[in-house]
Design a protein around this ligand. Structure first.
Ligand code: PLP
Ligand code: TYF
Length: 400
């Protein structure tokens, strides 16, 4: 009876890691998945995470089930980290916060809430966006369409196109926005552009839906990276925000994140939270405790919190140095006169190279450089020693 089940295609991002593993060439380089590596290209566990885990062992904490909404201490600090502890949305208890299965699981809880309470409402996602957004809304049966975002001609933001498309969307649509460090392009709106985006969203009675997967990782400052979300919150708008601690605390496989719904009253927030719990219960009953305790310990302890900020700056700093070196290598080696400065303007873990699918295939087949077919490379998987080699590969593939 299972014969009719067909083979599913590999995941376009995680499939790249599988292909990388199967390659035996010693020059091979995995720039596919967005996961931080050290200068030795090894995975990195933050010191503050180890310290928080030691604290947990010393205290002999148990493994009892969490409530459906997750660890209370985590939910408190995660909302404060996002909105700022002194934000009126916190003091007025207008945020419904539920611990989710990292960013992905939190986005999915929100998607189900949209499907249930806003039937027919559309979600607008940027073109391009993180590949999993489409899967999440498809599986939750939420209709979506794209708004213009990336302009290949300028290798920058198509701001006019973005505004036009948000204006043209049916009133009351959900507008999915990347809080900072847009994945895959690394191109974010300026503070002035964020204000205009908020204006249009308010005019059209749309609901902003932020995906915050890189807080602290883009600029190195937690507050600065939350500025977009805070700007919308300060306008008194109702907002969805999904959060992830995969990148900024390196907790990828602990699956720790949250969904926050900013409401117009305390009472509404309580009702929204009750519905989020109702969605979570038949899906996975309750979330895992380990990552939640790590976050609660790190953010809740002033000394560990400061150490975390220093480690994030260190990670963001390494990526910036690699970005600069790649740019320098490209400009000194490439004789075609091409302007590579877009690489320096992009922020976060990634660079969107503008390489098309054929050129990306050349990167992999000829140069053993693994990357996603949309031309994205993860600079977090690159080190200074390999920048020259990567520059050769990119120049060869561009002019191919
Ligand atoms: N959203 C964006 C834009 C991402 O880039 C990622 C991960 O890279 C996620 C969400 C969610 O990741 P996770 O489910 O590991 O938190
Ligand atoms: O964009 C990336 O590289 C990360 C990695 O289910 C990733 O999003 C890929 C798939 C997934 C979760 C994270």
């Amino acid at each position: 009876r299972f014969e009719a089940i067909t083979m599913a295609p590999p995941d376009p991002i995680l499939g790249v890691s599988e292909a990388f593993k199967a390659d035996n060439d010693e020059k091979k380089l995995n720039l596919g998945v967005g996961a931080y590596r050290t200068e030795e290209l090894q995975p990195y566990v933050l010191d503050v995470v180890k310290k928080a885990e030691n604290l947990m062992l010393e205290r002999g904490e148990n493994k009892e089930y969490l409530p459906i909404e997750g660890l209370a201490a985590f939910n408190k600090v995660t909302a404060e980290l996002l909105f700022g502890a002194d934000s009126p949305v916190i003091s007025e208890q207008r945020v419904a916060t539920v611990q989710g299965l990292s960013g992905t699981g939190s986005l999915r809880l929100a998607a189900v809430l949209i499907e249930r309470y806003f039937p027919g409402a559309k979600v607008l996602i940027s073109s391009p966006t993180w590949g999993n957004h489409k899967n999440i809304f498809n599986d939750a049966r939420v209709p979506w369409s794209e708004y213009r975002y990336y302009d290949p001609k300028t290798v920058g933001l198509d701001f006019e196109g973005m505004i036009e498309d948000i204006k043209a969307a049916p009133e009351g649509s959900f507008i999915l926005l990347h809080g900072c460090a847009h994945n895959p392009t690394g191109i974010d709106p300026t503070p002035e552009q964020w204000e205009k985006i908020a204006d249009v969203i308010q005019e059209k009675n749309h609901i902003p839906f932020f995906d915050v997967a890189y807080q602290g990782f883009a600029s190195g400052s937690l507050d600065q990276d939350a500025a977009s979300v805070r700007l919308f919150a300060a306008r008194g708008m109702e907002i969805f925000v999904a959060q992830s601690y995969s990148k900024n605390l390196g907790l990828y496989s602990e699956r720790i994140g949250a969904i926050n719904v900013v409401c117009s009253s305390t009472d509404t927030a309580a009702r929204v939270k009750s519905q989020l719990k109702r969605i979570a219960r038949p899906m996975y009953s309750n979330p895992p405790i380990h990552g939640a305790r790590i976050v609660a310990n790190v953010v809740g302890d002033p000394a560990l919190f400061d150490e975390w900020k220093a480690e994030m700056e260190m990670m963001a700093g390494r990526i910036k140095r690699v970005r600069q070196k790649l740019y320098d290598s490209l400009t000194s080696k490439d004789k075609s006169g091409k302007d590579w400065s877009f690489i320096l303007k992009q922020i976060g873990m990634f660079s969107f190279t503008g390489l098309n699918k054929n050129q990306s295939d050349n990167m992999t087949n000829k140069w053993h450089v693994y990357m996603t077919k949309d031309g994205r490379i993860s600079l977090a998987g690159l080190n200074l020693a390999k920048c020259e080699y990567l520059a050769d590969a990119i120049i060869d593939s561009y002019h191919n």
